[in-house]
Design a protein around this ligand. Structure first.
Ligand SMILES: Nc1ncnc2c1ncn2[C@@H]1O[C@H](COP(=O)(O)OP(=O)(O)OP(=O)(O)O)[C@@H](O)[C@H]1O
Length: 264
């Protein structure tokens, strides 16, 4: 059954739970003067803890920029960003790097696995670099939830695309981050492997209590989330709770129609 898009359009969560991340009046411009591109235009958003949020919108609408600014991977032009209770706008590089390392897990379209390391070594690599010890109980749980138990000694070349992405997912989860950002995590996968990854992200939220933010172009991927935020032209223009692929597709088509009407 399709869920109609809610009328609330400011991207703010209902209720009072402490958000995993939030931004206020977040503006990001690339370049300056007449050639400046406003990638994000005074965005207010809250990422709810323990939920799976998808970010959708046309190409160039600002999805990746929003994710990068929320994750402290990119500087903002104005406005404020918080990770948990910590305001990250204004932090120096050293503290920002530390905060990202301690609190955030990343999954990108390219898995960024090291070919010479086996799956187990790839999973713990960021923690090894940081000189941190994974919580063994947690790591075991992640490995089992992701079905990687019998693949731990395999190198990336000996794994399927879906298995490689699961290793990337386990790596993102290994340090038990407060927040996982996934940028098109199914973009390079066939539909079966993509479904596996989405199922595991869902399980990370439902069974492991993680918070996930995923940028995607794919309505059926977004249907695995709890909430879809729609971006257009650097603004959050809509949100949809309990999305279905059909409802998301219908909402995306409104963008396409708007552009076509604009061009004609
Ligand atoms: N480094 C950059 N320099 C200049 N402009 C940029 C840069 N990065 C992004 N932009 C511009 O900012 C806007 C938003 O880009 P962004 O990558 O966030 O969009 P997106 O919604 O993720 O797009 P896509 O779906 O195509 O990946 C676009 O107009 C883009 O051209």
């Amino acid at each position: 059954m399709s869920t109609p898009a809610a009328t609330k359009t400011d991207g703010y969560a209902e209720g009072g739970a402490r958000p995993a991340a939030r931004a206020r009046e977040l503006t990001k411009a690339y370049g300056s003067g007449e050639t400046a591109v406003i990638a994000l235009d005074a965005v207010d958003v809250e990422i709810e803890r323990g939920r799976f949020t998808a970010v959708m919108g046309p190409s160039g609408s600002g999805k990746s920029t929003l994710m990068h600014c929320l994750a402290g991977l990119d500087t903002v032009s104005s406005g404020q960003v918080w990770l948990g209770d910590t305001e990250i706008t204004g932090l120096d590089d050293r503290r920002l790097t530390q905060l990202r390392r301690d609190r955030i897990g990343f999954m990108f379209q390219s898995f960024n696995l090291l070919p010479t390391l086996n799956a187990a070594e790839n999973i713990t690599l960021p923690m090894d670099i940081a000189g941190q010890k994974p919580d063994p109980e947690w790591l075991e749980r992640v490995i089992d939830t992701l079905g990687l138990r019998d693949r731990l000694k395999h190198r990336p070349a000996q794994l399927s695309g879906g298995q490689q992405q699961r290793v990337a997912c386990a790596r993102a989860l290994a340090s038990r981050p407060e927040l996982i950002f996934a940028d098109e995590p199914t973009g390079n996968l066939d539909s079966r492997a993509g479904l596996e990854v989405l199922t595991f992200l869902r399980e990370a939220v439902d069974e492991l209590g993680q918070t996930v933010v995923m940028v995607t172009h794919d309505p059926s991927a977004a249907a695995h989330s709890d909430l879809v935020l729609f971006l257009d032209d650097g603004r959050i223009v809509d949100r949809m709770e309990q999305p279905t692929a059909d409802a998301v597709l219908g909402r995306m088509q409104i963008f396409t129609r708007a552009y076509t009407a604009h061009e004609n």
